[in-house]
Structures are given as C-alpha cells and as structure tokens.
Design a protein around this ligand. Sequence first.
Ligand SMILES: Cc1ncc(COP(=O)(O)O)c(C=O)c1O
Length: 387
Amino acid sequence: MFAFLRPDLARLQAYIPAHPSGNTLDRLDGNESYLDLPAELKQKLAWMYQELIATNRYPDGGHGELKEAIVAYVNNYKPNSPNSSQHDSQPRITPAHISVGNGSDELIRSILIATCLGGSGSILVAEPTFSMYGITAETLGIPVQKIPRHAQDWSMDLAAADTAIATQEQSPVRVVFVVHPNSPTGNALTVAEINWLWSLPENILVVIDEAYFEYCQHSLVGELVDRPNWLILRTFSKALRLAAHRVGYAIAHPQIIETLEKIRLPYNLPSFSQAAALLALHHQAELLSVVEQVITQRQTLIQELTTQPDLQKFFRVWSSAANFIYLRLQNEQNVDSSQILAQIIQEMQSQGSLIRHTGGGLRITIGSPEENQRTLTRLATVVDRLL
Ligand SMILES: Cc1ncc(COP(=O)(O)O)c(C=O)c1O
C-alpha cells in the first residue's frame, strides 16, 4: 500500500523478542541472568541517578569513563579453560580498541553498515546461530550466505564455509559471524574452528560474539594483537545482569573502532545505562559469583534430561558452554518437528514455563534451581502426554 516502503522488506520477519514483560511465568526463554541486581546495588544506582545524573544534559557521548572500566575488565581476564590452546594470549587493549553500543545489537548493525552496505559484500553465518546477524543484514539489503553445522557437536561445516567464500564472486564474503559459545546450540569454538578463523585472509572481518563468554570461561580477546581483522563482541545483558539497560561493546583494532564510532548515533547510550554498566563492573566479582552455580545447574539439567527414561526417549540434548541448553526431538526426521515443538512451547507456557523454539529445536535458559526443577517437571508432563 505504501509505495515509499522498500518492497524487499515486505518478505522479512521481525526478530521475535523473548517473553512479554510483567508476567509471572518462569522466563527461561531469553538467556538472561535469572538474578536481578542485588538490592544494595539497585539502591546505589538510584543514588547515582539522584545525585550524579542531570536529566537536562546529554549523556557522555564518548563513553569515556565506561570505556576505561571496560578496558580494565577485558585486560584482567585470565584464560581458565581446561582446553586452552595456543590461542590464549593475555589481552592488552586500550580505550581506542573499544566502541560501546546500545546493546551489541546496535554494534552488529554498525558492523554491517561499515562493511557490506551498498552492494559491497555479503556475510557468512553457520546455522543455527543468533538470528540478528541475518535479520539485520537483510534489512540493509545485504546478502547472507548460510552454511550448515555438524549435528553431532554443532561445529561448523568448514568445507562448506570455504566453498561459500570461494564462490561468492558477485558478492564476496566480507564478514564471518561466529558465536563463542554459540546460541542456540551452546557449543564453544573448537581448536579446528579457531585455526580456520586464523587462516581467513585479512580482507575478511571475523566477528567473534562472546555474549556468553563468562559462562564458558574462555575468550579469544588476547588474539586481537595478532589478528587485526578480528573483532570481539560482548554484552552486559547476560552474566552481568543488565539486559534492561542495553549495553554492549566491540573490541577491535583502533582503525575498525574509529569507523564504528563514525556510524553510531551521537548519544546512543543513556546516562542511566552508563551508570549501571559502571556499577556492574565495580561489583563484577559479586555479580559473577553466581556463574558457577549456573554451570552446576546446567549439568544437573542435562543429567536429568539424559537419564529420565521418557525425556531421554523424546529429546536429544547436547553439552553446553553457556547459560542455556539445546534440545531436539530424537525422531525429528520422521515427524513434523516444527509443529510438535510449537505445541510443546504452548503447553509449557500454559503450565508456567517460557522456553524458546529456535533453530529447529528448543533452547532452555538456566534459571534458578527452583525454576529449573519446575520446568523439568512440566516438560516431563508434556512429553508423557505426547508419547
Ligand atoms: C549471541 C548473541 N549476541 C548478541 C545478543 C544481543 O545482546 P544485546 O542484549 O547486547 O543486544 C544476544 C542476545 O540474546 C546473543 O544471544
């Protein structure tokens, strides 16, 4: 009807957000932390709002103080993974290596504008993965090359990736997006995948999204010194408990950052969100102390799903390095998997648990021990009815 709207946008679907707010269900569909900020920190934040923020003034458009705090957080990171590889150098970044976004979603859009807009290239993603790379690219008219993953461990089909890169003459791959660990499948990058990323030529930007790195206890940020074409994306929305405040950041070579800074809107991050992010970093040890419990709960949930006979018969479940787990139907080849999963989601919601139907499977965020237990019991009830 509106001729001024771009016709190619009509066939696209908007991102389906997690849970509607304000309900009392167990919300295990958004991969957030299940814990709010502790009450004393909320009080501190309220005090900061009262005493330090002038609402008539624009926020700090250069994010100066926040960038300094992020630099300290990034540089103090100590690799702590049992399968640490040679790719584990200590990071040495400065504020010039940081751009702050209104969520990492904003940075994803800036990266796409900086690299592929106007017919200058395409992006490569390995599905299933975080959908915003593809959705945002398509809104900008940027082609998306999709390659598959191996279902046994959800690692990328690197041969397919090589072929896609070699054959895109019309629209060469300018950016490869990977998530470490991946959403929704929960797998961390393998050494073979990291080596493959290392082997990519410098005319391809490698974006490593570490939204969940605090749960995986491994980061590739130390590699940036040797890989000027790598960019790490991080967020305050997950382990740092600030999803409501929309703060994300990119870490990359200063020249890449300079370009992202040109693209972003001048006052993209409200003063209140900057204050919340600073507060979270000052209290990072306290906020991150729950990560260990999430990891234990993740194991318990996987254990239950793989030992309770009906659940085990119904679902296949994979190990996870994040704060969520991923399930698929055991017999997905022989049934209308999408319809059954949609029915499960509906029934789970009516029983009180929100979980996510995505990437051809179910993704369940690790919540509090009580939420996890209730959700498991509800899942067993739903499966009993379907068997
Ligand atoms: C892999 C990944 N990257 C980025 C985001 C978005 O993060 P933000 O809240 O900072 O926009 C999400 C959110 O679910 C995610 O799963």
